[in-house]
Design a binder for this molecule. Sequence first.
Ligand code: TYM
Length: 332
Amino acid sequence: MSRVVSGIRPTGKLHLGNYFGAVKSFLKMQEEDDCFFFIADIHSLTTHPTPEDLHSNVQQVLAEHLAMGVDPQKCALFVQSDVPAISELYTYMNMNAYMGELQRSASFKEKIRTQPNNVNAGLLTYPVLMAVDILAHHADFVPVGKDQQQHLEMTRQFGNRFNNLYSNDYFKEPQAYSSTGNLVKVPGLTGQGKMSKSSGDADTIVFDEEDKVIQKKVMRAKTDTGPTKPNQDKSEEVKNLFDLMALVSDQSTINHFDELYSKAEIRYGDFKKQLAEDVIAFVSPIREKINHFKNDKKALSDAAQIGAEKANASANKTLEEVREIIGFRKFY
Ligand code: TYM
């Protein structure tokens, strides 16, 4: 049985990117493996949420995991800040992470560009905390979207560096994983890159959103002026919408619109109408369940509690072993 670890930041409602990049793999892996899935609330502090927002975001994302089918009986589903060993391990691992490599990380560079007024130290050492999340449970696999690939490389580097420093092979090398084979990048609706919480509301389709809103967003998604001759290459925007359709529609629908595109007969209005319908059919049953779980305080607290127990047991064991390896010995 493999060890599996993954986390999602509670910075808003979950979107299709989170589902197809991560949660879909969680659902498969919890059936077969020893899984630790968590709400990365400490990571979310880099954006300075108010105490009320922090709590309601964690509650939202926890309810969303349950609604999507993550089962607290089959995996450890927990809140990162419920596991204090993570913060202590983070302190130790920070000593072996170098400024240069942290500054070169793509996510840090992006934050410097997008939020120049809040380039805090937590952003710089974000990959160290993420590495600790993973190494604390000795993960073999980490189900994530393509955007997290570099963080996984850094995790391996930090683990190996610790091993070299203390001449052992304590940490193993975790691999990024997707149940679909290749790591997934779900595109946004505005034609620029991946679907992302930080790129704005019009770009993302979240699960906890009214049908009408989803319909509007999809109908407004960027396209182009349309193919003028058969077998024309698709523009980035149109390719993105086809990629989304590949996730939520059935094969005959995808083939139908692909064929229309190839013949240069596609009408984007019809195409988007169908895409919106299929997105809504996919999202709305989950939305119903989110509403149910958000109000089921007992289900939320039971899940978080048994998750915390499992995660603490695992992380505390690692912490104790790491302290021993580092050379912290008690005098009393
Ligand atoms: P976060 O919260 O940005 O995203 C959570 C998960 O969703 C995936 N994802 C996507 N996948 C495909 N296409 C997209 N458009 C898309 N948008 C998001 C992400 O790849 C991720 O798997 N640093 C992490 C959270 C984290 C973590 C960890 C993950 C903290 N510790 C340990 C794994 C292991 C993050 O910010 O993900």
